[in-house]
Ligand binder design. Sequence first.
Ligand code: FES
Length: 90
Amino acid sequence: MTVSVCVGSSCHMKGSYQVVKIFGELIKENDLESVVTLKASFCMGRCLNGISVLADDRPIQNVGFANAQQIFYDEIYPQAQREKQALENA
Ligand code: FES
């Protein structure tokens, strides 16, 4: 899966680099580098809803650096785990 974090100016001001860093660390810690591609992206045109994050094509709302870890485990980890298992069973 691909996780894109907006680093456009509005999201950057809200701490999106911090979110990229936290996601990156969690991907490593959970050994998900083979299934999760983390990307920084330009403005997604949704500047008013917290930091814009897309998990594949699915927008994740209300991301901030304070809840980034929880968002990771709620919204990214389950899908990444499924993909990892599918890979291992293939
Ligand atoms: S700056 Fe992130 S959506 Fe616009």
